[in-house]
Design a protein around this ligand. Structure first.
Ligand SMILES: *[C@@H]1O[C@H](CO)[C@@H](O)[C@H](O)[C@H]1NC(C)=O
Length: 998
C-alpha cells in the first residue's frame, strides 16, 4: 500500500488497491505477525495514559493534580530538590513525589521524580512476590558513564512571582529552567526563548501505589468480577482499572505484583517541526505523527526490544533495540531529551501548526511538535539538552552514555555471513573462492548450526571437525571468524554449561523464584542473567581458549536473540514478572537486558588469554543507550525486498544521530532471494553502512558475491573495492565518532543544520567529515538518482569529476555499474588504492590523497590511523594528521593533530609506519593556471637539507564539458606520519614558510 503516492485521491486509491491485490502486485511475500505484538490498546498502561491524555485534552476545566510544595524546595551545588504532591481523590489525599533537578556542567539538565512510598518500601506486593518494591532507579548505572558533574555555576534566580522558581545555568548563564509550582511544569529556555516544555498539556502521570481493594464477592462467577471493578473506582474519570492488577496477552498472564505504576509526561518543542531519534523503528528519519490524519500513524512509537519476525516497513512498531533519545530540530537550533527508562515505553507525537498571526507583522507561521512519553514502570528520569547544534546533541549525549568504542580495523571491512556455512570445509571453500575471484573480505561468520545441537561453546563434531585448521587458513590472509553465542542455554543433560549456570544460580528466575525455563533454538532453555556480576564473571570464564576449544585470537562473537527472544513467551520475549539479580522484575529492566549480555561478551573477549590484548568485536541485535561502548548492531531480520533496502538508510542514519552509529542492515536481505539486480544494488548501498555484512536465511539460495556471475560479480566486486579503498576515511570517521560522538554516516540536517529544505532528507548520506555524499539506488530499474545538494559548493562525481553545483536536486546517472557518489568541494579525502584480499594486508600500503577544491580554491581534511588492533592508541600510538590546501598560496601541508608528547609506545608506532608514504595526490578542480606546470616542490620535515626541496612531476588534465580540471602529483613520496608541504605555486619553494610541524 505504501508504494502508492499520497496524492492519489482516496476513491482511486481503493480502486487501485483492489486492482493491485488482484494482480498480486502489492501482496507481500511475507508479513509481520501483528497478532503477536501488542498495540497501545492492548498494553494496559499505554491505553490508560492515552485515555488520560484524551480526557485531559477534552476537558476545559481540568488542571493537572501535581503541585510543587514551595516550602520543600532547596537548592545546593547545582541541584534542586523539592516535593511534588499528587492529589488523588475528592477528599484531597496527597501522594508525595520527591523531585530532583540536577543542572550539569555540560549544560544538560536532569529531572527525576520518584514516589516516596515505593522508594521507602512502604507497599505490599501481591501474590507473595519477592520483587523489589521500589520504582526501578538503576537504569543510569548501566546506561551512564559520565557527564554527571553538577554545574557549580547554576543558581536560583530571584523572582518576585512566588508561583515560579527560576534556575539560571549553562555557559555564561544563557540557559534557564522556569519551574512552575501549581500545577507543576517546567519550561527550559535558551537565550530567553522557550525550547522544551514539560507538562505543558498536563499529561504528567505517576501511577501511585495503591492496595488492591477486594470488592465483596457478589453472586457472580469468579474472573468476571475483576473486570467490573472500574465502575466503582474513585480515580478521576478516564482511569481504567481493568488492567491494573493483571494483564493477559497471547495466553500469557502477567501477575503484576506491584499493580499499576506507569510514568508518563508530555514534552513539547515549541517552534520545532522536525523530531528525530528514538530508534529502533523501520520508519523515516523525520518522525511522523502518531494520532491519525494524513500520512500519520495511529499507534505511538513503541520501545520494547522484541524479536519481530519479518518486520514491516513504515511502521512505529517496536523492533530489537531501544534508544529513548529524541532530538528536535529547526533552523538555528537543535534540542533534545533522553528518557532514561528501561521498561516498555510508547511515545506519541503530534504537531500543531500555528498559522501566522495577521496582527503580528513579519511573524511567520510555525509548527510545534508535542510528544507524550509513557513507560510501564520505573522512576521518571529525563535529561534535557538545549543545543544549540546537532553536534552539541551527539557530543553531550555521548558524554553521558559513552562514545562508540574504536573497533579493530577489520571490523569496518566486509563481513560474509549466512545461516549457515555448514562445515569447516565449506568455510575454507568460501574463503578460497573469494581469493579466486579476487574479491576482498575480512570476516566469515558462523550462525547457530556450527554448534553441537545448539549447545553454545561446542562444535558439531561431524561438521566442524577441525576448527583450528579452519581458522589457521583464515589467519593466513589476516581474516577473522565470528561465531554466534546466544543468551539462551540449552536445558539438557551432559552439558556442563547449563549444569554450572544452574549450580551457581546465575539464570533469570520466574516470578516464583525458580530458574525460568522457556523455548528457543535449542528447545528448552534457560537465560543467563548478566545483571548479576557473578554471572558476568562466569560468562568470561567460558570464552577462555582452553574452555571454548577451537577458538583462536581471530575468533569474535555475535550475540543474537538477546532481547531476549523466547519463542513461547509473551510477545516472543520473557514474562514481565520474571526476576533478575537484585529481585528487579524483568518489566523494569527489559530494554537494558540485551546490553548487559553483549557487554559481558565484550569483557569476556578481552580476557581470553593472559597477556593477549586486542579490541573485541561483538555484534548485538538488542541494544539500549550505552550499547555503543561495546558492540556493533544490525537491523535484524529484514527481507530481500527493495523496500527493505530503502528503509535501511534512514534506520542507519537514525542510529548515527542517536549515539550508536556502528550499524548496518543485512546486505541482500535476510529472508527471501534477492534478484541479481537487488543484490547488486544492496552491495552498492551496503558499502555505506558503518557495519557492512552480507547475510542470508537458511532457506535462501547461496549468494556470495562470486555466485551472481557476469556482470553482477564484477560490479559487486567494484563496490567492495570502493569500500576498501576508502577504509582510511571510514576509520577516521570512526575515530571521530569515538571521541566526539559525531555520527559515522550523517544525514543532511546534521551537516547542513540551516538548510530547511533538507531537514527531512534521509535517502542520502555523508561519510564522516569527508564531504563524500552518497545516494544509493534503492529502486528497481533505476538508471539515475536525484541527489539533493544543500549548499553552493561544487560537488564532483567521485569517479569522473563531473561537477554539480547549486542548491537543489541534481540528476546523477546511475546505471547498474555506477555508484552515485559525490565529493563536496573543500575536503581532502585519504584512500588506499592497492587492491588486496583483506584489510589486514593493507596495513603498510601507501596512501592517496584526493584534494577537492571549494569555491575559493581551498580544501582540508584529516586522517587517523593506528595499529587497528590493540589498545595502544589510548597511550598515544597513533598518527593523526590534518591536511590543508591553501588556494591563495597554492600550498598543501600536513600538520600534526596529536597534541600529546610522544611516549615510547607512540614513537614505536610512528617508527613502524616510517616507510608508509603518500604515493599519489589528486587535485580536483585544479586551477587553469596549472596548465603548463610540470613540477611542484616537495619538502619534508626531518629530511637531509639536500633532499628537502625536491621537484616532483605534476600532470594537468583540463576541464572537459561538465568534467572539472584535475591534476595529479604522481610520486610525492612524503611520509604519512610526517610534516611536509608541497608548493604548487609558480615561484617554487617558499623561503618564508618553514616548519609546519610543531
Ligand atoms: C560492562 O562491563 C563493565 C565491566 O564489567 C561494567 O563495569 C559495566 O557496568 C558493564 N556495563 C553494562 C552496560 O553492562
Amino acid at each position: 500500500m505504501r508504494s502508492l503516492p499520497y496524492s492519489v485521491a482516496p476513491r482511486w486509491t481503493a480502486v487501485l488497491l483492489l486492482w493491485a491485490a488482484f494482480c498480486g502486485l502489492f501482496v507481500p511475500a511475507a508479513a509481520v505477525k501483528h497478532e503477536n505484538f501488542k498495540t497501545c490498546d492492548q498494553s494496559g498502561f499505554c491505553k490508560r495514559n492515552r485515555q488520560f491524555a484524551d480526557d485531559v485534552s477534552a476537558s476545559s476545566s481540568w488542571t493537572s493534580p501535581y503541585n510543587l510544595v514551595p516550602a520543600s524546595l532547596s537548592f545546593n551545588k547545582g541541584q534542586l530538590e523539592a516535593t511534588v504532591l499528587k492529589t488523588i481523590n475528592d477528599v484531597g489525599e496527597k501522594v508525595p513525589l520527591p523531585l530532583i533537578i540536577t543542572f550539569l556542567e555540560s549544560g544538560v539538565a536532569r529531572v527525576t521524580l520518584d514516589e516516596e512510598k515505593r522508594a521507602k518500601g512502604q507497599i505490599t506486593l501481591r501474590h507473595d512476590s519477592k520483587a523489589r518494591k521500589e520504582r526501578y532507579n538503576e537504569a543510569g548505572q548501566w546506561a551512564l558513564v559520565g557527564g554527571l558533574d553538577p554545574a557549580e555555576g547554576a543558581a536560583l534566580s530571584e523572582t518576585t512571582d512566588t508561583g515560579y522558581t527560576k534556575v539560571v545555568y549553562g555557559k555564561g548563564g544563557n540557559l534557564q529552567a522556569i519551574i512552575r509550582h501549581s500545577p507543576f511544569s517546567i519550561d527550559f529556555q535558551r537565550d530567553g526563548e522557550t525550547q522544551v516544555k514539560f507538562n505543558e498539556r498536563g499529561f504528567l502521570n505517576m501511577e501511585h501505589w495503591r492496595p488492591k481493594v477486594e470488592k465483596p464477592v457478589e453472586e457472580k462467577k469468579e474472573g468476571e468480577e475483576e473486570k467490573k471493578e472500574e465502575e466503582k473506582s474513585d480515580e478521576p474519570k478516564g482511569e481504567d482499572e481493568s488492567t491494573w492488577w493483571e494483564e493477559t496477552f497471547g495466553g500469557n498472564t502477567d501477575s503484576k505484583p506491584r499493580g499499576p505504576e506507569a510514568v508518563a509526561l508530555d514534552i513539547s518543542f515549541p517552534g520545532y517541526e522536525h523530531v528525530f531519534g528514538i530508534p529502533e523503528h523501520a520508519t523515516k528519519l523525520s518522525l511522523k505523527t502518531t494520532r491519525g490524519g494524513d500520512n500519520a500513524y495511529t499507534e505511538p512509537y513503541r520501545l520494547y526490544n522484541a524479536d519481530v519476525f519479518e518486520y514491516e516497513m513504515d511502521s512505529p512498531m517496536t523492533l530489537y533495540g531501544a534508544i529513548p533519545f529524541m532530538q528536535a530540530h529547526r533552523k538555528g537550533s537543535t534540542v533534545g531529551v533522553f528518557w532514561l527508562n528501561a521498561a516498555e515505553s510508547w511515545i506519541d507525537i503530534t504537531k500543531v501548526k500555528n498559522t501566522a498571526n495577521p496582527l503580528a507583522l513579519g511573524m511567520k507561521g510555525h509548527t510545534d511538535t508535542q510528544t507524550h512519553w509513557m513507560s510501564e514502570s520505573g522512576i521518571l528520569d529525563v535529561f534535557v539538552f538545549l543545543g544549540p547544534t546537532p553536534q552539541d546533541m551527539t557530543r553531550q549525549y555521548g558524554e553521558l552514555t559513552g562514545y562508540t568504542a574504536m573497533p579493530q580495523s577489520f571490523a569496518i571491512a566486509y563481513h560474509q555471513c549466512r545461516w549457515n556455512y555448514v562445515t569447516d570445509e565449506d568455510v575454507k571453500d568460501v574463503d578460497r573462492r573469494f581469493d579466486k575471484f579476487s574479491i576482498p573480505y575480512d570476516v566469515i561468520w558462523l550462525d547457530i548450526e556450527y554448534t553441537q545441537e545448539k549447545k553454545y561453546f561446542t562444535w558439531d563434531p561431524l561438521t566442524f571437525v577441525n576448527p583450528d585448521q579452519m581458522q589457521k587458513q583464515l589467519d593466513k590472509r589476516e581474516r577473522k571468524l565470528v561465531a554466534i553465542i546466544d543468551p539462551h542455554i540449552k536445558n539438557t543433560d551432559n552439558y556442563p554449561v547449563i549444569d554450572e549456570m544452574k549450580k551457581k544460580d546465575l539464570a533469570v528466575k520466574n516470578k516464583d523464584g525458580n530458574h525460568y525455563e522457556g523455548w528457543c533454538w535449542p528447545g528448552s532453555s534457560m537465560w543467563i542473567d548478566c545483571f548479576n556480576p557473578a554471572a558476568v564473571d562466569w560468562w568470561k570464564s567460558l570464552f577462555k581458549y582452553d574452555k571454548f576449544k577451537g577458538t583462536a585470537h581471530n575468533t569474535f562473537i555475535w550475540n543474537d536473540m538477546n532481547e531476549p527472544s523466547v519463542f513461547n513467551g509473551p510477545e516472543t520475549t520473557m514474562p514481565k514478572d520474571n526476576l533478575h539479580h537484585g529481585n528487579w522484575e524483568h518489566r523494569d529492566v527489559h530494554n537494558i537486558n540485551g546490553m548487559t549480555f553483549h557487554n559481558a561478551t565484550y569483557q569476556a573477549i578481552t580476557e581470553r588469554k593472559k597477556g593477549e590484548v586486542q579490541r573485541p568485536f561483538v555484534l548485538t541485535r538488542a541494544f539500549y543507550s550505552g550499547s555503543q561502548r561495546s558492540a556493533a548492531m544490525w537491523t535484524g531480520d529484514n527481507l530481500a525486498e527493495w523496500a527493505h533496502l530503502e528503509a535501511s538508510l534512514p534506520m542507519v542514519l537514525n542510529q548515527g544521530i542517536s549515539g550508536f552509529p556502528f550499524s548496518g542492515a543485512d546486505v541482500g536481505g535476510f529472508f527471501g532471494n534477492p534478484s541479481k539486480e537487488l543484490l547488486t544494488r544492496w552491495y552498492q548501498a551496503g558499502i555505506y553502512y558503518p557495519f557492512f555484512r552480507g547475510h542470508a536465511h537458511i532457506d535462501t539460495r547461496r549468494r556470495e558475491p562470486y555466485i551472481a556471475g557476469s556482470p553482477y560479480t564484477e560490479i559487486i566486486t567494484q563496490a567492495l573495492r570502493l569500500r576498501y579503498q576508502l577504509l582510511p576515511a571510514w576509520y577516521t570517521a570512526f575515530h571521530e565518532a569515538s571521541t566526539t560522538g559525531a555520527p559515522i554516516v550523517r544525514p543532511n540536517f546534521y551537516v547542513h543544520p540551516e538548510d530547511e529544505n533538507g531537514f527531512a532528507v534521509d535517502d542520502q548520506l555523508y561519510i564522516g567529515s569527508t564531504g563524500l555524499l552518497a545516494k544509493p539506488v534503492t529502486k528497481e530499474g533505476a538508471d539515475s538518482v536525484s541527489v539533493y545538494i544543500a549548499d553552493t559548493q561544487p560537488y564532483y562525481d567521485y569517479f569522473d569529476y563531473t561537477t554539480y553545483s547549486g542548491a537543489g536536486h541534481h540528476t546523477v546517472p546511475a546505471p547498474l555499474n555506477k555508484i552515485p557518489l559525490l565529493m563536496q568541494g573543500g575536503h581532502i579525502i585519504p584512500r588506499r588504492d592497492r587492491p588486496r584480499r583483506s584489510s589486514g594486508l593493507m596495513k603498510y600500503d601507501p596512501f592517496t590523497l584526493i584534494v577537492v577544491l571549494d569555491n575559493d580554491g581551498n580544501a582540508s581534511g584529516t586522517l587517523y590511523i593506528d595499529d587497528g588492533e590493540t589498545f595502544d592508541y589510548q597511550q598515544g600510538a597513533f598518527i593523526h594528521r590534518r591536511f590543508d590546501f591553501d588556494g591563495k598560496r597554492e600550498i598543501l601541508t600536513s600538520a600534526n593533530l596529536d597534541v600529546s608528547s610522544p611516549n615510547s609506545k607512540a614513537l614505536k608506532y610512528i617508527k613502524s609506519m616510517e616507510k608508509v608514504r603518500v604515493e599519489k595526490i589528486i587535485i580536483v578542480g585544479a586551477p587553469k593556471g596549472w596548465k603548463n606546470k610540470e613540477s611542484v616542490v616537495v619538502m619534508e620535515e626531518g629530511q637531509k637539507e639536500s633532499k628537502r626541496r625536491k621537484p616532483t612531476e605534476i600532470e594537468y588534465h583540463a576541464a572537459e564539458g561538465k568534467k572539472a580540471a584535475w591534476a595529479v602529483v604522481r610520486a610525492p613520496k612524503v611520509g604519512i606520519g610526517r610534516g611536509w608541504r608541497i608548493d604548487f605555486g609558480d615561484k617554487g619553494a617558499g623561503h618564508e614558510h618553514h616548519g609546519h610541524e610543531h
